[in-house]
Design a protein around this ligand. Structure first.
Ligand code: GDP
Length: 339
């Protein structure tokens, strides 16, 4: 087992902005070992008063739209302004592949070498819920380490956007020009979540198609109800490859941040996100305790079989198992003790 440091050493190192300690602390929060969870919680308690000061930006878009190229260009633009930038990823494929399709250091080589930037490869072998929990905690650690801007990258598929939306202040969707029916391909739900759309690959020579796409997206967005922030959704063009369009994007994000700080929406949204996090944590923790419970483990295979053969309905089998679980936690309090 890898060596662990004391809570104070982690907290001090993170607060001093030491990247090695930050990485080691994130490794602790990604661990599912009971001792590490305890240590993680103590580290987080220690750094919490120093977290929360960054602008948290979620970035989504289909594979190939240019997310990593964009993060490299945008991150480099921000560090040149003197900002400290951390990049995290929520990667829904990590469970199946055991590897990562996002956030690899090799895909953002320039930014990875930048002393003002920190790139954390996406955690592997975790469920999406697990990745989301750890990413939230990693955001807090990065903030305590002094990063002003946190970029959270996610592939625009499945539930991951909702999770990232639930942990960021600003949500940016990258799109492509030139595909007339593209808009239909993007789920309506995602369009409702975004604070801005950036049409990428607006390279020199491609301006016409991009301008057309920008105006189409603008028109389409008019059909959506006003966002909760009350700041109008912007549509802009950029070329991540050529590093063009970074300044307007930063300007619209910093304007959004200023306006929502002033209106109180930013703070309210973060409060709401914390309560959502609590309830997700409750669900996750109950589920973990349920499946780790000895009695449940003894009976789950026969319940599966009864449901599979149609002998029992899932609802009935679930109620039986939950009944067993609840009775066992009452009889043996150690089962219900906090892990
Ligand atoms: P991701 O899958 O969304 O992370 O996309 P990548 O950043 O890996 O980019 C996919 C491909 O698109 C790569 O070959 C990039 O070089 C290319 N690409 C990204 N941004 C641009 C751009 O602004 N213009 C052009 N022409 N290509 C780009």
């Amino acid at each position: 087992m890898r060596q662990r440091l004391s809570v104070e050493t982690y907290a001090r190192g993170v607060l001093a902005g030491d990247r090695t300690t930050l990485s080691r602390a994130i490794t602790i929060i990604e661990s599912s070992l009971a001792d590490d969870r305890k240590l993680a919680s103590q580290i987080l308690q220690n750094i919490l008063p120093h977290a929360g000061k960054s602008i948290r930006i979620g970035i989504t878009g289909v594979p190939g739209v240019g997310k990593s190229t964009f993060i490299e260009a945008f991150g480099t633009y921000l560090t040149a302004l003197g900002k400290r930038v951390a990049v995290l990823a929520v990667d829904p494929s990590s469970k199946q592949s055991g590897g990562s399709i996002l956030g690899d250091k090799t895909r953002m080589e320039k930014l990875a070498r930048d002393p003002r930037a920190y790139i954390r490869p996406s955690p592997t072998n975790l469920s999406l819920g697990g990745v989301a929990r750890h990413t939230r905690e990693a955001i807090l650690l990065c903030e305590a380490a002094g990063y002003d801007i946190i970029l959270v990258e996610t592939v625009g598929v499945g539930q991951s956007e909702t999770l990232v939306k639930g942990m960021t202040d600003f949500f940016l969707l990258l799109m492509l020009a030139g595909a007339g029916d593209e808009l239909q391909g993007i789920k309506k739900g995602i369009m409702e979540m975004v604070d801005a759309v950036a049409v990428n690959k607006a390279d020199s020579g491609n301006e016409g198609a991009v301008a057309k796409a920008v105006s189409e997206y603008r028109q389409a967005l008019h059909l959506f109800p006003e966002t909760a922030s009350r700041v109008p959704v912007q549509v802009v063009a950029c070329s991540a490859l050529e590093g063009v369009g970074m300044e307007p994007i930063w300007k619209l994000i910093s304007d959004f941040h200023a306006r929502t700080s002033e209106s109180g929406f930013l703070q309210q949204n973060r409060q709401f996100q914390r309560t959502e996090w609590l309830h997700e944590q409750i669900r996750q923790s109950l589920e973990d305790q349920f499946y780790e419970n000895d009695l449940v483990r003894q009976h789950i295979a026969s319940a599966d079989e009864a449901v599979r053969t149609g002998e029992k309905l899932p609802e009935e089998a679930a109620a039986d198992l939950i009944g067993l679980f609840l009775r066992s936690t009452i009889q043996t309090p150690k089962n219900s003790a906090k892990s």
